[in-house]
Each structure stands twice: as C-alpha cells, then as structure tokens.
Design a protein around this ligand. Structure first.
Ligand code: ADP
Ligand code: ASP
Ligand code: MG
Length: 404
C-alpha cells in the first residue's frame, strides 16, 4: 500500500462545497488502496482577514498571540473536512499541528520545523483513517503554538511526506502547475512539465508564490518528487525533481517577481569609518532580513552602503539604525519605497555569460530603469520601480521566448 500526501490551499477549500470536492479526492486516493494524509490551509482568504483584525488592534501585534490567532484558520478546515469525509462514509480524523507531532523551533510567525513525531498519524493510518492535518502550524517544546510563515502549509505537507516516506506528495492549488512566470500577471506564461529542485527553490525564494520556499528545500534535501497541480482537475501538473528527463534547451526557465521592497541607504561620516559588519550584525540581532547589498565609494572619498529589505521591515530597520547612529558612524539615512525585484532563473545560465547582458538590454529597451543588480550561478535579479514590475516581467518573458 502506498502513502499519499495531498495538500490543498486556501482557494481549494474556500467553501463547504469545495471541501466536499477535496474530500472526494481523498476518497479517490483511498479507493486506489493508498494510505492517505490530507494537509489543508485556512479557508479562502481567512488568514488575511485574521491578520487585518489584529492590525486594527495594533501596528505590531504580539507575535505569540498572532500565532494563536492565525492557527485557528486551519483548525476550521480540518474539522469541516474530517466531518465531510465521515458523512461520505469514510473514517477520518483531524489533527492540529501539535496532535500531528510537528515540533518547531521556538520562533513565532516564521518557525522552522525541528522534528516530526509521526506516531499519532501512523496509528490513525493503521486504523484505516484518512488523516487530515492542519497546515502552517506547529508547537514548541515549551508547548507554545507556532506558525511556519505565510504559505507554510506546503512545508507541512512536504515535511510529513518526508517523515513518513510517502510515495507521492502533491500540492493541489488554483493553477494547473508551475508556470514560466505568474500566470495571473503574464497572460502568455506557459505551464512547465518539470523543473529542478534548484530552479524551483530560486523561483520560490525570489517571489513565485506558488510554493513556500522551505517546502522546496525539504523536497530537495529528502529527494521527494513533488507535484504541483490543480485541485479539482485531472490534468497532470508540474513535477519538481532532481534531474529533468528531457534536455532543457532554454537557458532561462522562469521569471519571478515581488514588490513591497525598500532600499535603505547609509551615508557614512567618513570612508575610513564604514562600520559595515556592525550594521549587518545589528540588523541580524533584530531578525531583520537583508537581501541585495551594494557598497559604494565616490571619488571624493564619501562612502555609502545600500541594501534592500521587505517594506514591512522598514520601521524596525530605521529604528535599529537610528538608535546606533553614533556608534555606527552614520551621517545620514535614506530610504526608497515602492520598489520591486524581478529575477530570471535557469540552471543553464552558469555556462552562458551573455544572459545578464540580454536581460539588462531588454529592460533598457522598454525604458525600465534598473536600480540594483544581484547575480548568482542560476539567477540574475534586478531591482526596479514597483510600477514597472509586471511590465519588466513581461518584457523578459518575451526576450527569453518563454511563451514558445
Ligand atoms: P494556495 O492557496 O493553493 O497555496 P497560492 O496562492 O499560495 O495557492 O499559490 C498559487 C498562486 O501562485 C497562483 O494563483 C499564481 O498566481 C501564483 N504564482 C506565482 N508564480 C507562479 C508560477 N511561476 N507558476 C504558477 N503560479 C504562480
Ligand atoms: N493559511 C496560511 C496563509 O494563508 C498558510 C497557507 O495557506 O499555507 O498563509
Ligand atoms: Mg500557497
């Protein structure tokens, strides 16, 4: 008997009717003779609604209470789905994160899974039950509820699949697979039949919201073949795996983009006193993630340092730097909001030095000013104005002929 883990996202369980369709998929897998685990997200946009309520109360809601609040979303779905399965004549049990044994590190709002004690899931499977697990949540060794970061139910599913050595793990969502770029914004985006873990990891980290980055990390580390497919359709989705079976002829495989990015610039008092490492140590101590970093020294001997952060971290970043302005020898702080990062990804880039030049040319031809650049072996990222983001993605999609 095979073990199958299926994950259904918010849109796929947004109504009682859709929960019924999700139950049918679980029953279908069971009837094929499989042991079945279903991981679900909160219904529709309910997590967003919970966040909005908390933000009515505070600009910076208490993180412990925030996890307590957000974890309720998934709990509603598991109960409704297990009820539906029973009503349809199949034994099922719903389990919250702690009941499913998902232990995380002691960090609120973005915890990593530390360990999974799958004994309760396994006993339920042994009884022939369909096991319905709440995505996105876990517990700490101190008995606190944690969440895994927005979109984290994908990671719950892949982590469970790896802990239990599942034959199959499918992420069922509102698109038929992973596309060359977000099909919601670029209409001629194409579905990919397959993509490597490394390429998918880059795309996910660079903003392709279709998969939570850590779920791809898990799949890669434990060699779990992952399928992304539409929830309630039969069409095969995209396989994410180690090697592609066909020769990959395209140098660029996909384009990712994200907005809500801010550039912070530090002007140093003197170029002899650039406390670069101290700045990043301070930011790290305050759990502020920094992305692209550029250091510059002008001919006049002035020095500056620019880096990007998520706009949501701007207040905290400025507070940390202002507080240590003297110690860090900062003359002036500037920030530019309303920026976006647009990136091209493909493993073929390693051996193709002209790709970056082609990217910059396409943006320039479309009159899109590039504000920052960062490269690695399999990706090139550019920071542009947020209002140019979709246009830039479209221009690059055309330039690298991803619609063909
Ligand atoms: P779920 O609620 O099922 O987890 P998400 O909204 O998290 O669904 O992810 C699916 C969405 O990801 C799609 O609707 C699509 O707009 C977006 N997306 C972004 N980049 C891509 C991509 N490269 N391929 C497919 N979908 C993408
Ligand atoms: N409900 C959570 C969110 O909306 C987790 C998830 O859907 O994966 O981010
Ligand atoms: Mg998601």
């Amino acid at each position: 008997m095979g073990l199958v883990v299926l994950k259904f996202g918010g849109t796929s369980v947004s109504t009682v009717d859709k929960i019924g369709k999700t139950a049918d998929q679980a029953i279908y897998e069971k009837k094929q003779g499989n042991r079945v685990i279903i991981v679900v997200s909160a219904m529709g946009k309910s997590t967003d609604k919970l966040v909005a309520m908390a933000e009515e109360i505070s600009e910076t809601p208490d993180k412990r209470e925030m996890d307590m609040l957000l974890s309720t979303g998934e709990q509603i779905t598991i109960a409704l789905l297990a009820m539906t399965l029973k009503e349809k004549g199949h034994d099922a049990i719903s389990l919250t994160g702690w009941q499913a044994g998902i232990e995380t590190e002691a960090v609120h709002s973005n915890a990593r899974i530390a360990e999974i004690d799958s004994s309760r899931i396994e006993s339920a499977l042994d009884l022939g039950q369909i096991v319905v697990v709440a995505g996105f949540q876990g517990f700490t060794s101190d008995g606190e509820i944690t969440t895994l970061g927005r979109g984290g139910s994908d990671t719950t599913a892949v982590a469970i699949a790896s802990a239990l050595n599942a034959e199959k793990c499918a992420i069922c969502t509102d698109v038929v697979g992973v596309f060359t770029t977000d099909p919601r914004y670029v209409k001629n985006a194409q579905k990919l039949e397959q993509i490597t873990y490394d390429e998918m990891l880059e795309l996910a980290n660079l903003g392709a919201g279709v998969l939570h980055p850590r779920s791809v990390e898990y799949a890669k580390n434990f060699r779990i073949p992952l399928e992304v497919r539409a929830s309630h359709e039969k069409e095969p989705g995209t396989m994410i795996k180690e090697d592609l079976t066909m020769e990959n002829t395209k140098v660029v495989r996909g384009i990712a983009f994200e907005d809500q990015i801010t550039r912070v610039t530090i002007h140093w008092k003197q170029k002899e006193a650039m406390r670069v490492s101290k700045v990043f140590t301070k930011l790290a101590e305050n759990n502020i993630d920094v992305d692209i970093i550029i250091q510059g020294i002008t001919g006049l001997g002035h020095g500056n340092l620019s880096f990007t952060i998520k706009t949501s971290a701007l207040l905290a970043t400025l507070a940390v730097l202002e507080e240590s302005k003297e110690l860090l020898q900062i003359e002036k702080l500037e920030s530019e909001q309303e920026l976006a990062k647009v990136s091209i990804v493909g493993s073929g880039m390693v051996s193709n030095p002209g790709v970056a030049a082609q990217m910059f040319e396409a943006l320039t031809e479309n009159n899109i000013p590039i504000k920052m650049i960062s490269t690695s072996e399999i990706k090139v990222s550019t920071v542009v104005s947020a209002r140019n983001m979709v246009e830039a993605a479209q221009a690059l999609h055309d330039q690298f002929e991803l619609d063909k």
